[in-house]
Design a protein around this ligand. Structure first.
Ligand code: HEM
Ligand SMILES: [Cu+2]
Length: 857
């Protein structure tokens, strides 16, 4: 054991001239230095070769795998769609049984939404964001890799279930009681498999938000960052607030299915409507989570083809943020027919119409840019035009459906199927394909075929309309959705046949597209780096030749630096800007301040590893094994996953650096270590906990939902949690929090021994608190009624969080004992205290609810 140094002097601040002057930038870099720097960089950023290639964690590799995997899931879901359309081509067809058909539409919808639409956004962003921001990589490359492997494992598990005839079959929104009473593992596969993927999605969202906030190039203030980055912030934030309610819902749902706790069972006080609320609080923002990134792709392509800056930058940003906010106030329009009071109908109907305004502003800003510019109808632009046309159509039927009386008529008919596919194709599929055509040369220096691209476009565009336009009529003529067949003579026969033909034309278009994407392009000439003459930073990347991202990180003063800052590309390549070297042989990127992007720190980023695969595999086991009721092995997997993650953190994050600061070029010296709000880790923790708090809030919402909506909550004469034990629990958990905080303060001021003592006592206080909480509900039977079940659910939530908190405290203690955490280098302690702030808040709310409920209710 090394004795921790007691040095308490503060870490150095950035020093040296900033911003760089023209004279500094004009100074040449000697040739031999240039070559030596490039060699070192190349070595550090080398991608592993051969079978070790899968160890890579670099955003360009992980991003590519992510995109391809999401695309494959999309194609599989598309094949399911074709099977359904074959079955529906003629009346009374018996190609597919009713049960199979249920599995097909459930899996098609779920896979399209959870395995394609959302992951595709994250995949594209992981691939592009460092490029757009002139960063070397994302701040936590291993986290992206971990997210990817979780996604792959979870996705294969969920989608694979259809091959074994056990796929979920209650529709993509899994309504109880249909889904709670469904025999077989289908619903569990849906709940656990998708929760697993949602956790991975949140991890990626955290990574993307921190990347956008902290890893921009020097000078790129928030008001000049590329629009795509703004959308990443908005959508990342939405994921953080939208997914947790669903995760909380999944948690309750799985408790009901596995242990018969009656959250959604009205006979024992439960209410299936709670699931509908939680699902759609997620589900409606989800639609915008899918749609906004596509707008973002359009916002990158449109200025380039129009050869002028985007029109109304600030308006677009404001409306993106506005859409994000509004989208959380619309969810009830999916529930118009559930018998809600008419005041709710009126409110949510109006709110749903209101979202047209910010959406409209964004689209008009695009049109204005196009009209003011000299547009070249390139392939990407062709697909964007298709997107705008189709999305607008879907938007118009949306305006119709937002009117409750119309919705009463159209609900659960093919009109809805038409509407949702118009918005999803226009708002997602077309823009993504436009993005593929636009960005393909960014990572291949080859163009996709103009001829095949046009073929593909016209096939998909016409096939799509052939397939889905008639469905409006089929719906209005009364054909319900989710039926595996229909009788003849109702006037639906011809329309259905046309839809099926259309679906196959779309499929043909996709075949052309996929072929164009994967066909060998060896003989095709290489094109220059920036073929579209775009103005944004990603086009400075020299891929696939070089894996370092940018040779040096530029100083940016314009929204379109490649148009407005002449000579930038040459200076970047010459290593004239920041971080042109890797003297210590470590991967590094710059961290800048949140608003003004002033350089503040050099961040070490992690390199290739196996630990992320192991961690993802065991996490997968912990989620997947319970679907087969294999609880003990699942727990073992969970424990192993925790071990892997601890090992990964221990060996790669927040390690005291070999030197406090380093020269990053242009005379600037930056610190190499940061703790507290200056560090990216702290931001990641903050953002993660915001999502975690949202999930907790959803559980509390559940409690009050039962209280206000259920007639008998808590039931007459019900037993309550033991008040004294609840009070003790609050005391114990608050004590653990205070000890953690105390440890941080003591450690900072050099009282290392006292800090260790606090860190040793804190877990005991937490364990005592959690034990008291469990004790307070111990005699209540969660199967008997929803009231004790909710108390138990809250108890489990807090206990698990306290458990994680204890692991963190012990981790810090070990860090202190082994010299990883010292008075100067205390980033871990800051992050752990931040975690405990959230835990203590949740614990106190829980104790208040449990302790005060008997009196108040
Ligand atoms: C060629 C392309 C596509 C075809 C032919 C197609 C066809 C279908 C069909 C036949 C259904 C079932 C209708 C029913 O029985 O109620 C369906 C449902 C659905 N589709 Fe698609 N689809 C396509 C693409 C997409 C895409 C790209 C997405 C999303 C990004 C998507 C999302 C959904 C959703 C969410 C449902 C509802 C599932 C449910 O009712 O639980 N589809 N689609
Ligand atoms: Cu909605």
């Amino acid at each position: 054991m090394t004795r921790a140094p007691r040095d308490t002097s503060p870490l150095p601040a950035p020093s040296g001239p900033y911003p760089p002057t023209q004279a500094m930038l004009a100074e040449p870099v000697p040739d031999d230095l240039r070559r030596a720097q490039a060699d070192r960089l190349r070595k550090v950023w080398e991608t592993p070769k051969g079978w070790r290639y899968v160890k890579a964690v670099n955003n360009s590799e992980v991003g590519k795998w992510y995109c391809l995997t999401a695309l494959v899931f999309m194609l599989l879901a598309g094949i399911m769609a074709l099977l359904m359309r074959l079955q529906l081509a003629v009346p009374e067809h018996d190609l597919i049984s009713a049960d199979r058909f249920n599995q097909l539409f459930t899996m098609h919808g779920s896979a399209m939404m959870f395995l394609f639409a959302v992951p595709m956004f994250e995949a594209v962003s992981i691939l592009l964001l460092p490029g757009l921001l002139g960063a070397r990589d994302m701040p936590f490359p291993r986290l992206s890799a971990f997210g990817y492997w979780c996604f792959l494992i979870g996705g294969v598990f969920v989608i694979g279930s259809i091959l074994f005839d056990v796929a979920p079959r209650s529709g993509w929104f899994m309504y109880p009681p249909l889904a709670t009473q469904d025999e077989g593992p289908g619903s569990d596969i849906w709940l656990l498999g998708l929760s697993f993927i949602e956790v991975a999605s949140i991890a990626a969202a955290v990574e993307l938000i921190v990347g956008t906030l902290k890893c921009r190039p020097p000078g790129m203030r928030v008001n000049i960052m590329p629009l795509y980055a703004w959308y990443v912030l908005v959508v990342g934030g939405m994921i953080l607030f939208a997914f947790p309610p669903l995760i909380a819902g999944d948690f309750l749902f799985e408790l009901e299915r596995s242990f018969n706790w009656p959250f959604f069972d009205p006979e024992r006080g439960g209410d299936p409507m709670l699931w509908q609320h939680l699902f759609w609080i997620f589900g409606h923002p989800e639609v915008y989570i899918i749609f906004l990134p596509s707008i973002a792709i359009a916002a990158m392509i449109i200025p380039t083809v129009a050869r002028r800056p985007i029109f109304g930058y600030s308006w677009i940003v404001l409306s993106a943020v506005g859409t994000g906010f509004l989208s959380f106030g619309l969810w009830v329009h999916h529930m118009f027919t559930t018998g809600l009071p008419s005041i709710s109908l009126g409110f949510f109907s109006a709110a749903s119409e209101a979202v047209v305004i910010p959406t409209g502003i964004q689209i008009f800003a695009f049109l204005a840019t196009l009209m003011a510019g000299r547009v070249k109808m390139t392939l990407p632009m062709l697909w964007i035009s298709g997107a705008l046309a189709i999305f607008t159509m879907g938007g118009l039927t949306g305006v119709m459906l937002a009117m409750a009386p119309f919705d009463f008529q159209a609900h659960d008919t093919y009109f809805i199927v038409a509407h949702l596919h118009y918005t999803l194709f226009g708002g997602m599929v077309f823009p993504v394909i436009a993005g593929v055509y636009y960005f393909f040369p960014f990572f291949q220096k080859k163009l996709m075929s103009e001829r095949l691209g046009r073929w593909s476009f016209w096939l998909v565009f016409s096939g799509f309309n052939l397939c889905f336009l008639p469905m409006h009529l089929t719906g209005l003529w009364g054909m319900p959705r989710r039926v595996y067949t229909y009788p003849t003579g109702l006037g639906w026969d011809g329309l259905n046949m046309i839809s099926t033909l259309g679906a196959f034309v779309v499929a043909a278009g996709f075949v052309v597209f996929v072929w164009d994407l994967i066909r060998p392009k060896k003989d095709q000439p290489q094109i220059p780096r920036n073929p579209w003459e775009a103005g944004t930073l990603e086009w400075t990347h020299d891929v696939p030749e070089e894996t370092w991202g940018v040779r040096s990180i530029p100083h940016v003063t314009s929204r379109y630096p490649l148009w407005d800052q002449p000579g930038m590309q040459d200076r970047m390549d010459a290593g004239r800007y920041y971080l042109p070297d890797a003297q210590e042989g470590k991967r590094e990127t710059l961290v800048t301040s949140v608003i003004d992007a002033e350089p503040v720190q050099v961040q070490r980023v992690t390199g290739p590893t196996w630990i992320t695969h192991l961690a993802a595999g065991f996490t997968g086991g912990a989620f997947i094994l319970p679907t087969f009721h294999l609880y003990p092995p699942a727990m073992v997997c969970g424990a192993l996953a925790v071990c892997c993650i601890l090992y990964w953190l221990w060996t790669s994050t927040a390690r005291p650096p070999e030197a406090d600061s380093k020269d990053v070029g242009l005379g600037l010296t930056l610190p190499t270590y940061a703790a507290g709000s200056a560090s990216v880790g702290w931001w990641a923790m903050w953002i993660t906990m915001l999502g975690d708090a949202t999930a907790f809030a959803s559980l509390v919402f559940g409690f009050f939902f039962y209280w206000t909506a259920a007639p008998n909550f808590p039931p007459e004469g019900a037993a309550h949690a033991v008040a004294l034990l609840v009070a003790l629990a609050a005391l114990g958990l608050a004590g653990s929090w205070a000890l953690t905080l105390g440890a941080r303060r003591l450690n900072r001021s050099g009282l290392v021994g006292a800090a260790r003592l606090c860190l040793g006592l804190a877990p005991l206080a937490a364990a005592g608190g959690a034990a008291a909480l469990i004790g307070s509900v111990w005699t209540l039977d969660p199967e008997s009624h929803v009231y004790p079940a909710v108390l138990w659910a809250l108890t489990i939530w807090i206990t698990v969080h306290a458990g994680v908190g204890v692991i963190m405290q012990l981790y810090c203690l070990a860090g202190s004992l082994f010299g990883k955490l010292t008075p100067r280098y205390d980033a871990d302690l800051w992050n752990v205290s931040l975690y405990w702030h959230f835990v203590v808040l949740a614990a106190l709310v829980t104790c208040a609810v449990m302790g005060l409920a008997p009196g108040a209710l």
